[in-house]
Design a protein around this ligand. Structure first.
Ligand SMILES: [Zn+2]
Ligand SMILES: [Zn+2]
Length: 456
């Protein structure tokens, strides 16, 4: 179970973790050199290996897609990932930070490269209509009966990760160094990377010189890649507010303190944080994603619960926004003569911003540009999504996370021209185009590793 901690403690934890923006992920590791090598031959070789593996990878993807598991419950999925790496000769250790899997493959002197996949699915009922769609149901942490779906594409991440491991073991004569392939649990709820690190990921196993990961993108055509040098994804905080009042009969509001009216006021007050308190040139989001209170038309309840997600790019803005939420909630309650509301931040859920190492991003996308073509590698700005891959960078290791295009090109084109909008990640309709996404995902990750550890 995830712990709930009062705001004061979580802010102290935050202060401990925070690093000045700009330093994050920029430390250590030899500076990568920009590649002048011709990558067409290596790409052809990798494509040949993918051709030989594609049927097996399609079957793996369909199996994973049809059998999703929620965060912290990735029992079968982690066992499968461990089995895949063991079959390739990796030295595999399970149960790192819960259900995390670490596979190490040593191949002479050279850099240590960590390649990460995540494994967890979401409490979403799939509506894609795919023949291999998930039909599974389970209980979420509140005990509700929910569908389970790989709506964030982590099944594709795992398939590309296994594919790259297979290709790289077959091409051992083309690179030198150590591979650390990790399958991380619980990305969606933010606890997986932190737990693996706390369990000694960088101490019990070779400390990486570079960390690589990909994430599916539902806005980019397959065969394309999107990325940013530097800041890519936001700080993400999850907050629960319990607004308290005094219950009573709906016909006698003067005998009560109505927490529904108070909650409505707090929600509107929270909108002034970004619009009135944060510098307009700094990005921030405060979203109230859930409000629950009351049972019946004519009963004023005693409490209302709000669930918030907060996104920020700078640590200083994060600190300000979190403090402002507490201040405004308390002030509104005081104005309404209500008891003090409880504001709790789930420390386990915090995911720090993903800050891509600029040199590593340049070096890796240099190869992508050669192989995919200049027009298919897009340098985008930071976006307000979140990913706990950022935690590996906060340990001082250069990291690079890029987005793998997964959509039909004609679908993306139609959406741009005002046609049907594309589903977002986490949508019950989202799915990657299987075969082309596997092909380009395995190709790009294999080349990214060869680029860092390849023999000249
Ligand atoms: Zn997700
Ligand atoms: Zn995801």
């Amino acid at each position: 179970m995830r712990r709930l901690l009062p705001l004061c403690i979580s802010l102290a934890v935050f202060m401990h973790f925070s690093l000045p923006p700009g330093n994050v992920g920029q430390a250590a590791g030899p500076p990568p050199q920009t590649s002048k090598q011709d990558w067409s031959k290596a790409a052809t070789l990798v494509r040949e290996k993918i051709d030989a593996e594609i049927e097996s990878l399609q079957a793996l993807y369909q199996h994973l897609h049809a059998n999703p598991e929620l965060a912290f419950e990735e029992f079968k999925t982690s066992a499968r990932m461990a089995k895949e790496l063991t079959a390739l000769g990796f030295q595999v250790t399970g149960n790192i930070g819960g259900l995390g899997v670490v596979g190490v493959l040593k191949n002479g002197a050279g850099p240590t490269i960590l390649v990460r996949t995540d494994m967890d699915a979401l409490p979403v009922t799939e509506k894609t209509g795919l023949p291999y769609a998930s039909k599974l149901r389970t209980r979420d942490k509140e005990g509700n009966d929910v569908g389970v779906m790989h709506a964030c594409g982590h099944d594709m991440h795992m398939t590309c990760w296994v594919g790259a491991a297979r290709v790289l073991t077959q091409l051992k004569d083309r690179w030198q160094g150590t591979l650390v392939f990790i399958a991380q649990p619980a990305e969606e709820v933010g606890g997986g990377a932190r737990r693996m690190l706390e369990d000694g990921l960088f101490k019990r196993f070779p400390r990486p010189d570079f960390c690589l990961a990909l994430h599916c993108d539902s806005k980019t055509p397959h065969g394309h890649v999107a990325y940013n040098e530097g800041l890519l994804l936001a700080n993400v905080d999850t907050i629960d507010i319990t607004v308290r009042g005094k219950g009573g009969h709906g016909s006698a509001p003067h005998t009560t303190i109505d927490p529904i009216v108070l909650a409505a006021r707090i929600i509107l007050d929270l909108q002034t944080i970004v619009s009135r308190e944060v510098d307009p040139t700094d990005a921030a989001v405060v979203t109230v994603g859930s409000i629950h209170g009351g049972t019946k038309h004519n009963i004023i309840p005693a409490e209302v619960k709000l669930q918030l997600t907060v996104r920020t790019l700078k640590d200083s803005v994060r600190k300000h926004v979190l403090e402002a939420i507490v201040r405004l909630a308390k002030a509104a309650a005081e104005g309404a003569r209500a008891p003090e509301p409880t504001v709790r931040i789930e420390v386990d859920d915090f995911t720090p911003a993903v800050f891509n190492n600029a040199e590593l991003a340049k070096k890796t996308t240099g190869v992508f540009r050669q192989v995919l073509g200049e027009g298919k590698v897009h340098n985008i700005g930071p976006i307000m999504g979140g990913e706990d891959f950022g935690r590996y960078g906060r340990e001082g290791v250069p990291i690079f996370l890029y987005f793998l295009g997964t959509m039909k090109p004609e679908q993306v084109k139609a959406a741009k021209e005002g046609g049907p909008p594309l589903p977002s990640l986490h949508s019950d309709f989202y799915y990657p185009e299987m075969t082309p996404s596997i092909r380009s995902g395995v190709l790009m990750m294999s080349l990214a590793v060869l680029n860092l550890a390849g023999k000249d």
